[in-house]
Design a binder for this molecule. Sequence first.
Ligand code: ATP
Ligand code: SF4
Ligand code: MG
Length: 330
Amino acid sequence: MNEVIIQAQDLVKVYKSKKGIFSSRKEEVKALDHVSFEIKKGQIVGLIGESGCGKTTVGKALLNLLPVDGGKVIFQGKCIYDIDNHKMCSYKEMEQLRRHMQIIFQNPASCLNPKKNVEQLVSEGVKKHKICSKSEVREYCLNILKQCGLEEKYLLNYPSELSGGQKQRVGIARALALNPEFIVCDEITASLDVSVQAQILNLLLDIKEERGMTYLFISHNLDIVKGMCDEVIIMYKGCIVEKAKSEELFEQPKHPYTELLLKSLPAAYPDQKKTGYETKQIIMNAEGQGCLFASRCKYAKKECRERVPQMKEIGKEHWVACHQAVQMTN
Ligand SMILES: Nc1ncnc2c1ncn2[C@@H]1O[C@H](COP(=O)(O)OP(=O)(O)OP(=O)(O)O)[C@@H](O)[C@H]1O
Ligand code: SF4
Ligand SMILES: [Mg+2]
């Protein structure tokens, strides 16, 4: 059995933002509501759920790129933070760990300094972390770029002189150059056309084979997740509602929300009209204690309004947060 590379426990993140330009009142959005999971070394774990459910926030929280309000993250046995016990690794320790855990975002242009050329962009981390000797940096970066499908002739180009696919390759090369063990890929092919998407995905798979890489793969494209991932996590409104082996999840979804999502395959996300999914309006009780999905769920019963469903293992490594999951299984 593979060892666990990263573990998230009870992550809570509440964003507070101003309600409007003229208002001093703050609006709170609970982006993560006690999110817990672990990822085993060498696996590709998919993370899906509709827009705004908290996927990017999970990725950033794992890498300690934003302050969270609760929970802990353990990476390769090292506690990155444990909010409830007031533990946080130092800036210096985090800098060292960042070499081993990377994130690649959907829009590479926003992460690439427009004033640096490809060589500078890829080599800065290599120099900072002393990945190789100074005299080897150029050759090292060139090799990584080649591996990512970018030829030497682009070395002196600036991001504005590259296509979307080429920028994405630079983003991937920058991450790979640090030789990380874990990468969060946040919608990295969403803005690319289909043939470039395939090239980038194949590149990720090749690198996984070569280096035994572990990925958290965030995507709206269920077809890609189905083809790429060993396990899949489904999120709804800041909560994980289902987690299972990819094959099992796509063949036998047990959470009504997952069922709804998968009905739209191969398209991105369904709306209820498209799927013909019947909804029963169930009003949450005063304390808002019920299941967050109740107002959209055709299986909702009285207890769904009264108790928040907890994650339960209903089959081998198949976890679901739904009161009716067992009945649905039978
Ligand atoms: N900096 C921020 N300030 C305030 N609210 C935020 C901030 N970042 C995210 N949010 C809110 O937190 C929730 C989760 O956002 P997040 O970006 O994690 O969602 P997502 O699942 O990645 O969505 P998408 O699929 O659209 O990328 C959303 O409601 C979003 O509006
Ligand atoms: S707990 Fe109830 S409302 Fe929530 S998903 Fe399950 S059946 Fe539907
Ligand atoms: Mg996102």
